[in-house]
Ligand binder design. Structure first.
Ligand code: RIB
Length: 339
């Protein structure tokens, strides 16, 4: 290598980030495997790399570490707000967040993840309904890039941020029972991730516990997890004869609300709707949407903070942060109309 070897060269050759090289060469690399530390030190000696403190501080200042954020759909208000939380922390910590939205396509998710890893990023936040920790570990290989799993799959190990979906489903069902609804249906996505399974289970179990005549085969309508999905389910919802609907997320609820409004079906007089997430749009539809609140911005903030603590000083023990949910009653639910 003719030109002066830089810290970037060492990072590229070692297959790690600039931050990793810097930490190892400054004696702060204890959290990395002996293999990684040895590889970096061997390259330093092989190429006679000597830190140029002016360039080094310039590179580290300029390079400001990068974190990769992989979400299913950035156009969803939920993930848009989640990413906003991540960006707030990244900006404060002078880190560059690379945001990838894979439109819930597993192949694209893996492609984006490989691209991020190839760019020696310092850490990853992965919100994927399908990607397993085995796939992530295979893609990361020996690079030891720390990552945080968000939201989706309980079954996986690894540090992750969760909300109490089972309790959220319970709160939604109890609210409809307390209003006196006995004919209730639910909207859910075809491919449901672990957190959705827990959410719907909490809902079903609570209806059964309250002796509501609810049959999962008869009273669950499958729709895409989106506003068009909720809108497309309007006819099936009306054909069910239900007096209340639990939509698995607010996007579906808002799509259904449009379908009912177009058919001049009054909400909640003729049909109550409760959603899930508490996205910012809930206050701007009419009637305003009753829902289950997830602390979305804080989920993004805490995911980023947990990742930074793993990048700067990894606590190898697995961490799980679980956030509470709460019922937010607005105008889209009411007592069933007495026929
Ligand atoms: O609206 C997006 C949904 O995907 C949210 O309910 C969130 O929990 C994630 O599962």
């Amino acid at each position: 290598m003719g030109k002066k070897v830089t810290i970037r060269d060492i990072a590229r050759l070692a297959g790690v980030s600039v931050t990793t090289v810097s930490q190892i060469l400054n004696g702060k690399g204890a959290r990395f495997s002996k293999k990684t530390q040895h590889r970096v030190l061997k390259l330093r000696d092989q190429y006679g790399y000597v830190p140029d403190f002016n360039a080094r501080s310039l590179i580290l200042q300029k390079s400001s570490s990068m974190i990769g954020v992989l979400v299913p759909d950035i156009s969803s208000p939920f993930f848009g707000t989640f990413v906003k939380g991540v960006q707030q922390v990244a900006q404060h910590e002078k880190m560059v967040p690379l945001i990838f939205s894979a439109n819930r396509d597993p192949k694209l998710e893996q492609e984006y993840l490989s691209q991020m890893i190839a760019r020696s990023i310092d850490g990853l936040i992965i919100a994927s309904a399908t990607m397993t920790t085995d796939t992530i570990s295979r893609l990361i290989g020996s690079r030891e890039i720390p990552y945080i799993l968000f939201d989706k799959n309980y079954a996986q190990h690894g540090t992750r941020v969760l909300t109490d979906d089972y309790r959220g489903g319970t709160l939604a069902a109890q609210h409809l029972v307390n209003l006196g609804h006995q004919r209730v249906i639910a909207l859910k996505p075809r491919q449901q991730s672990e957190n959705f399974t827990q959410r719907m289970k909490g809902f079903y179990d609570t209806l059964i516990k309250n002796k509501v005549n609810f049959d999962q085969k008869r009273d669950v309508i499958v729709a895409s997890l989106s506003r068009p999905g909720g809108y497309a389910a309007t006819a099936a919802v009306l054909a069910s004869g239900a007096t209340a609907v639990f939509a698995g997320n607010d996007d579906m609820a808002i799509g259904l609300l449009r379908g009912l409004t177009e058919r001049k079906i009054r909400v909640p007089d003729r049909l109550s709707i409760i959603g899930y997430d508490d996205i910012y749009m809930d206050e701007y539809v009419s009637p305003r949407l009753t829902t289950i609140h997830q602390p979305i911005l804080d989920l993004g903030i805490q995911s980023a903070k947990m990742l930074l603590s793993k990048i700067h000083d990894d606590h190898s023990s697995e961490q799980i942060r679980r956030f509470p949910v709460k019922l937010v009653i607005r105008q889209s639910t009411g007592q069933p109309r007495q026929n």
